[in-house]
Design a protein around this ligand. Structure first.
Ligand code: OXT
Ligand code: ADP
Ligand code: MG
Length: 575
């Protein structure tokens, strides 16, 4: 046996992990080095894996998660033990919640010491802590099991309903040596990691019968539909049936938002008005008012509107989670949609002119109202006048990826900025979580090579703002636009006691965030009107240089929590 790990006779844990990842087509790792994984990051880079190093593990984790969403391959996040692991955990839990495939790989302390609680360096029982927050969790203790560990992690992340997986690699594992030939043989190339799940024909027929009998049908597209990359079949289903559709936030662009069958601008009309709703990769969670209540035409919060539901989902347990699903279709979206298409012949009756006409009328009214608001040019600039610019910019650059977080900065952007292509809008997702911004932006630029525009509330940006250094370090074509209204929701709250502290939602007024980008060699711009914003955006997209535009927005313009004000508990007195 020789001590040189790269010699012909022996290999070690470091190399086996790297080889196992490479064997499975993983070419990028998002992480943050330190004990015990510093050498691992060096060796991975030396062996041709792209290692994108972050300033905080949460952002590396978010990057891995969205890389998974964009590529259908598990995004890898690598962290050190205990505190680094915990920093990555929010992103792992968020990935699981959103059904994004990612693997959090953390180095960990020695099992013997952890289990006896003898106080090792960064001691923590990481596997136990990760378990309830992810889809699966594994630990590898022996170098000969690395191949199996990586294979299991990959399968768990991408098969069935995708999600977050934790892989625990104790420090000792990396240095373990193994006969090189035996090591090579122990690696597994995962065959068909996310097998198609073909739906049952009876379920398809049941759904077609329901859809055929519908008087006011509606299709709801969720981010599962975007993830599935079944774009052509989904478009064909919508266009062949003539059924109006509503995209959830991250499903915008599967068909262009300007498509004549989009009912996005008539949301509050079509949800209560529909009699049969086909859900494709969308859950009836809080974002859809759990399928009941006033949003759906019910009389009270628990009252069902009477709609019948068809649901396509890969997870059988999703069915009946909130309301009865009359026609469940369990399978992968591409197979399910293609099976439905098979049952839609030339004799298919398109929805009635009454239903389509009523939607058009409502839509035209809302679009006209929106157009009127967008032409206004108030001083100071407000969300609408700034977003009028962003809307034109995305229209002219449909391949650019839009990352979006905040409250008003999120909600106004979602309804004003049309998306033209699938998987181009990435946002706060199921949890409405702040902090995804820079991690998503970095990963989107790295894995797609496209320009990225991140529209950020000033509060939202603060959660991951230090990663502008990462954006500059890797010279990524990311343009961050901060909608700076001096605080969380608004900058106008006052401390009722008259004391020296400002109100909890208020920030330093007129903060110059653009200087943060300048500090690392990027371009910083302070924009106080739409013309300045437009000029800076056009230049950022032309140059592809890291850019931060600090857009000064009227601090009175926002509302509490954006469009979800009603979710704020009110005090009894206020009621
Ligand atoms: O039909 P009607 O008439 O109702 O009209 C609808 C559509 O028909 C119409 N529409 C259109 N009209 C014309 N043309 C077009 N094209 C068009 N499209 C649509 O517009 C309306 C609205 O349509 P929409 O949006 O589709 O419908 P609606 O009813 O809004 O949909 C409902 C929802 C629930 C699906 C939707 O609202 C939604 O997706 N909401 C997501 C909300 C969300 O997730 N928010 C983020 C969380 S808020 C809060 O939690 C925040 N925090 C706390 C915090 C968090 N989150 N995380 C962590 C780790 N820590 C703390 C914080 C700190 S936000 C926040 C920071 C906020 O401050 P910032 O400075 O960052 O941001 P600012 O607010 O900007 O200051
Ligand atoms: P949205 O927030 O856009 O409504 P959700 O995250 O709530 O979307 O729902 C996504 C759903 O899509 C999940 O229930 C998930 O199981 C499902 N899903 C993800 N990928 C696939 C796929 N390839 N085939 C079928 N269903 C899928
Ligand atoms: Mg704000």
């Amino acid at each position: 046996m020789t001590t040189d790990a790269q010699s012909k006779e022996t290999t070690d844990g470091f190399h086996l992990v790297i080889e196992a990842l490479k064997l499975n087509g993983i070419d990028t790792i998002f992480g943050l080095p330190g004990i015990p994984i510093t050498d691992f990051t060096r060796k991975a880079q030396a062996e041709g894996i792209r290692v994108i190093s972050f300033r905080h593990e949460q952002n590396a984790g978010n990057a891995a998660a969205i890389a998974g969403f964009l590529t259908q391959k598990p995004g890898i996040c690598l962290t050190v033990s205990a505190p680094g692991f915990l920093n990555g955990l929010t992103a792992l839990a968020n990935a699981t919640t959103n059904c994004f495939p990612m693997i959090l790989i953390s180095g960990s302390s020695e099992r013997e010491i952890v289990d006896l609680q003898q106080g090792d360096y960064e001691e923590m029982d990481q596997l136990a802590i990760a378990k309830p927050l992810c889809k699966a969790a594994f630990r590898v203790l022996h170098a000969e099991d690395i191949g199996v560990g990586i294979a299991r992690a990959i399968r768990a992340a991408v098969s069935g309903r995708p999600g977050g997986v934790y892989l625990d690699l104790p420090a000792k594992l990396f240095g373990q040596t193994l006969d090189a030939e035996a090591g090579k043989k122990s690696l597994i190339k995962v065959v068909d990691p996310a097998p198609r799940q073909i739906p049952d024909q009876t379920a398809i027929q049941r759904a077609l019968d329901l859809l055929k009998a519908a008087k006011r049908p509606l299709i709801l597209l969720g981010k599962g539909a975007a993830y599935a990359q079944a774009d052509a079949n989904i478009r064909a289903l919508i266009e062949k049936t003539g059924i109006p559709y509503l995209p959830m936030s991250m499903a915008k662009g599967i068909l262009p938002d300007t498509h004549e069958q989009s009912a996005a601008a008539a949301r509050s009309f079509v949800l209560p008005g529909a009699d049969v709703v086909l859900l494709i990769g969308a859950r009836l969670n809080w974002l859809l008012s759990h399928g009941k209540g006033k949003t759906w035409g019910g009389k009270g919060p628990k009252d069902w509107g009477g709609q019948k539901f068809i649901q396509i989902d890969i997870s059988p347990q999703e069915m009946d989670s909130n309301v009865a699903i009359d026609a469940p279709i369990v399978g992968d979206i591409d197979s399910c949609v293609s099976a439905l298409l098979g049952g839609i012949g030339s004799g298919w009756a398109r929805p009635s002119a009454d239903w389509l006409g009523a939607i058009s009328e409502r839509k035209d009214k809302n679009l006209a109202k929106m157009a009127e608001t967008l032409t206004k040019n108030p001083t100071p600039m407000n969300f609408h006048s700034a977003l009028n610019v962003m809307r034109d910019i995305i229209k002219a650059n449909p391949d650019a990826i839009l990352v979006n977080e905040g409250a008003n900065a999120l909600d106004f952007t979602r309804s004003i900025v049309d998306m033209y292509k699938p998987r181009k809008r990435l946002d706060v997702g199921t949890w409405g979580v702040m902090g995804i911004g820079m991690g998503f932006a970095v990963a989107a630029a790295v894995v797609t090579g496209e320009s990225v525009i991140a529209i950020e509330g000033d509060s939202a940006f603060g959660f991951s703002g230090m990663e502008v250094e990462t954006i500059c370090r890797y010279n990524l074509p990311v343009c961050v636009v901060i909608f700076n209204n001096n605080g969380v929701y608004r900058g106008t709250d006052v401390n009722p006691t008259g004391g020296p502290d400002v109100a909890p939602t208020v920030f330093v007024k007129n903060a110059r965030y653009e200087k943060l980008m300048e500090a690392f060699g990027g371009v910083g711009v302070y924009a106080t009107n739409p013309a300045e914003l437009r000029k800076a955006m056009e230049e950022a997209l032309r140059s592809r240089k890291p850019t931060l535009i600090n857009a000064a927005i009227d601090e009175t313009a926002g509302t509490e929590s954006g469009r979800i004000t009603s979710l704020n508990p009110q005090s009894a007195k206020k009621k």
